[in-house]
Design a protein around this ligand. Structure first.
Ligand code: EZ4
Ligand code: CO
Length: 403
């Protein structure tokens, strides 16, 4: 089975997505996601200009060899653009292989290790009453684990907080990024009071998560982890900037709050110290940003040796194709932890027809052969690309800060 064609589709049904469509000489079609929020066209060009010409005529069954060919063959290794492009090829080839086998992908990964995939949803509020309502809304949708993000008195717009009743979408369709203002001391004072109130309202059972979005120094993160211990978090995410693996040593020495990190990582090497020294509890990589199913499987198996579990990144900037690929891994691997799930808009689902389901707090990839997501090209054409950027963050004196 040879690769006969490869097409890169940039579409914007509610937000931008980059999709690779590979076709084989016997008529099978596979999809992969290369969406890199705010830098989409770089991944599209990497694929179109430098990868597609290498794919035509290759044996579609040789997934590992193609992965190594694109990774080692580029000479310039790693990086978000490269790894998103490799991920798209890898997932499209797994989709094709599973379709050729007539099985859902998870069967090729060893079969199901569980009946459903525990998912967490996002609750947020500009103030406490709004936040409590938002937690109730997620519960009503079926979520049994909930990420809690709260506004901070004195700060206007911050990461993770949507307008009342609306879904959060950080990328804005502006010619320039929005600028937000940040104050770490105000945040560190306020957040423990929020978790105290949420625990009082919903009791001790409900698993609660929180995302610091890389904004703290190691000692600030240590202080926050300690302050949140009475509220028994499922995890504290991205407490320090991701580049510095050693930072987590200091945090770990001071708190038993479980730690999750990795949504901006793109290879297993970014986790080497973190996993080997057991400085984290959950790896947050997404299939789309970490080189595909092939690379994720290796990362998860490595993490499993150290009792580190998974928590695949699942924001709306992972397309339904990338989401579905992650769900097959979630179902098959042993060391699954939890899956983030931000449902996509109706427009997105019009372009990406999916077989995965969410019911009673659990996701399932479905039984369709392949990964179970098909792109409707006609529908995709209706939604033209629009430049969009993630916001930037500044301290009160204007210093640029992690967002
Ligand atoms: O801000 O994917 O845990 N989820 C997150 C996301 C990220 C976006 C950035 O594109 O941190 O909401
Ligand atoms: Co995050």
């Amino acid at each position: 089975m040879r690769i006969a064609g490869a097409d890169v589709i940039v579409t914007s049904p509610g937000r931008n997505f980059v999709t690779l469509e590979i076709t084989t000489d016997d008529g099978l079609v596979g999809y992969g996601d290369a969406t890199l929020n705010g830098r989409e066209l770089a991944a599209a060009s990497y694929l179109r200009d430098h990868v597609v010409p290498l794919l035509i005529g290759r044996d579609a069954h040789k997934i590992e060899d193609t992965w190594q060919y694109l990774y080692r063959g580029a000479y310039w290794r790693r990086g978000p653009v490269t790894m998103a492009a490799i991920a798209a090829v890898d997932v499209a080839l797994w989709d094709i292989k599973a379709k050729a086998a007539g099985m859902p992908l998870y069967q090729l990964l060893g079969g199901a290790s569980r009946t459903g995939i525990r998912a967490y949803g996002h609750a947020s509020g500009r103030d406490l009453p709004e936040l409590l309502d938002s937690v109730r809304a997620r519960q009503a949708e079926g979520f049994r684990s909930i990420r809690v993000q709260s506004g901070v008195p004195g700060l206007e717009t911050i990461y993770g907080i949507s307008a009342r009743g609306k879904d959060y979408e950080p990328a804005g369709r502006h010619p320039l990024p929005n600028e937000e203002t940040w104050d770490t001391r105000a945040y560190l004072r306020h957040l423990p009071t929020v978790f105290e109130a949420v625990r009082n309202e919903f009791g001790p059972e409900l698993p609660l998560l929180h995302d610091c979005h890389h904004r703290l120094t190691p000692i600030q993160a240590a202080k926050l982890g300690k302050a949140l211990e009475p509220y028994d978090l499922f995890w504290l995410e991205d407490c320090t900037p991701a580049e510095n693996q050693e930072a987590l040593r200091l945090v770990r020495e001071h708190t038993t709050t479980p730690l999750a990190i990795g949504e901006v990582f793109n290879t297993a090497f970014d986790y080497q110290t973190l996993i080997r020294e057991q400085l984290i509890d959950y790896v947050r990589s997404a299939v789309t940003h970490t080189g595909g199913v092939t690379a994720m499987r290796k990362l998860f198996d490595y993490a499993g040796l150290y009792q580190v579990k998974t928590g695949i990144h699942g924001p709306t900037d992972i397309s339904p194709v990338g989401m579905a690929a992650g769900l097959h891994l979630d179902l098959a691997i042993h060391n699954f932890g939890i899956q983030e799930f931000m449902p996509h808009s109706a427009e997105t689902y019009e372009v990406f027809r999916r077989s995965y389901t969410f019911e009673d707090g659990y996701l399932h990839p479905g039984e369709t052969p392949g990964i179970g997501v098909e792109l409707d090209k006609k529908a995709a054409e209706k939604f033209e690309y629009e430049p969009a950027y993630l916001p930037v963050n500044r301290l009160r004196d204007g210093t640029l800060h992690d967002w």
